[in-house]
Structures are given as C-alpha cells and as structure tokens.
Design a protein around this ligand. Structure first.
Ligand SMILES: N[C@@H](CCC(=O)N[C@@H](CS)C(=O)NCC(=O)O)C(=O)O
Length: 212
C-alpha cells in the first residue's frame, strides 16, 4: 500500500488517513508532496483524481478523501469503528460532522505543528466551533466511552477524525472543561500522534498562510 500525503506540519487531512492506516496494521509507503509548490497540483494528480491528499493506493486501486479511506480500511482491518451498533452510529455521525463542518476552526486555527501560542482572541464563530467539539467529546465519553479513554472507549476512526483538532487545541493553548481535557491529553500522548509530530519537526518547508 502507498499513502499520498502532504506536509506533516500542516496537512490535517493527511494526518487522519495516516492514523487510520497505522491503526489498520498494514505496512505502507508514504509519499509526501509538499503543499504550495509550483508543481503541487500536478504531483498530486499523478495519484489522486480529486487533486487532493490523502489518497490511498492499494493494488492499483486509488481511494481518495479521508472518509472513503476510513470506510475502505474498516471493511477488512481490525475493528476501526466501535463494535456496538448505537456507538458506531454516533461515531459515524460525529466523524461526518467533523468532515463537513467547523469552517471557522479550519480557517482561523489552521493546523501548524510549529506553533505554540494562543490566538489573541476568538471570534464568535470560532468559539461556537470549540464549544461544539467540547460537547461532542464530553457526550461521547460519557455515553459510550466507559471502557477506555477514547471517545467511544477503544481508539476508533472517530478519534482519528478529531486528531488534527487535538493538535490545534494544543498549539493554540485552548483549555477545555470536563472529560474533554482528559481526552485531549490521551490523544496527544498516543504513540502514533507522537510519531507524526516528531516527523513534522524534521520538516523545513514553511507556508506563511498557516501562521495566523
Ligand atoms: N475532503 C478531503 C479534503 C482533502 C484536502 O483538502 N487536502 C488538502 C491538504 S490538507 C489538499 O490536498 N490540498 C491540495 C492543495 O492545496 O493543492 C478529505 O477528507 O480528504
């Protein structure tokens, strides 16, 4: 298998798929295409029909978009979604909500693993996104997380979908209430999150747009 990703410092979508592939137990080759280079688009298009990363290549099959990669891997890997049907329905719902929403968080708090400073202020839209994520984390842990420290107990795709948010909350020093704060620390301490962060520290490419 090959996983086409972008800069580990900045690429939140790449992180999600990379964590899924790590959790699946497959060995895979990483192909990293740097963002914002003159040939970025053409390089990505060699692999991914959407012109976006991540893209998974498995025996000649291309699977692009983080949620499609999640479902592809979940079909035959160790369980990547919660086993309980009700928990799985909520895990899919919050993952889809993360995938399609939270525009203020994406725009105003881009993932940048080199950053270590809070924003001067939070817009009402950004504050609402943070509150909604805190609510999802607290409710998931309270209702479905009793057999572990992740959102649905065991580490699942839902956690991987929120992983970039964890790095953002750490970088921008966002403080949370209740179990959400413990969940954040659990995610930041996960060995795969640490491995990604260490690899990002070796990168040298700088994209000024991400330095908000
Ligand atoms: N909905 C897609 C979003 C993928 C996406 O936006 N990827 C960005 C990198 S994080 C990208 O490929 N950008 C290409 C570019 O900037 O040229 C997913 O879930 O995978």
């Amino acid at each position: 298998m090959k996983l086409i990703i972008a800069n580990k410092t900045y690429s939140s979508w790449s992180l999600r798929a990379w964590l899924m592939l790590k959790a699946s137990g497959h060995t895979f080759e990483e192909i990293c295409i740097l963002l914002r280079q003159p040939d970025t688009h053409s390089q990505i298009l060699r692999w991914s029909p959407s012109g976006k990363v991540p893209c998974l290549i498995d025996s000649g099959i291309a699977v692009w978009d983080s949620l499609a990669i999640a479902e592809y891997l979940a079909e035959e890997s160790p369980p990547l979604w919660p086993l309980d049907g009700a928990a799985r329905a909520i895990a899919r719902s919050v993952s889809a909500e993360m995938h399609s929403g939270f525009q203020a968080l994406r725009n105003q708090m881009p993932m940048n693993l080199r950053r270590a400073a809070p924003l001067a202020s939070h817009s009402p839209e950004l504050a609402a996104d943070i509150r909604r994520i805190e609510q999802i984390w607290n409710e998931s842990r309270a209702q479905h997380g009793s057999h572990g420290r992740f959102l649905f107990g065991s580490y699942s795709i839902a956690d991987m979908m929120f992983a970039p948010v964890c790095f953002r909350f750490d970088s921008y020093d966002v403080r949370l209430h209740g179990a959400a704060q413990d969940y954040l620390q659990t995610m930041l301490a996960h060995p795969h999150m640490q491995e990604w962060k260490e690899a990002a520290a070796d990168e040298t490419s700088v994209i000024p747009d991400y330095d908000v």
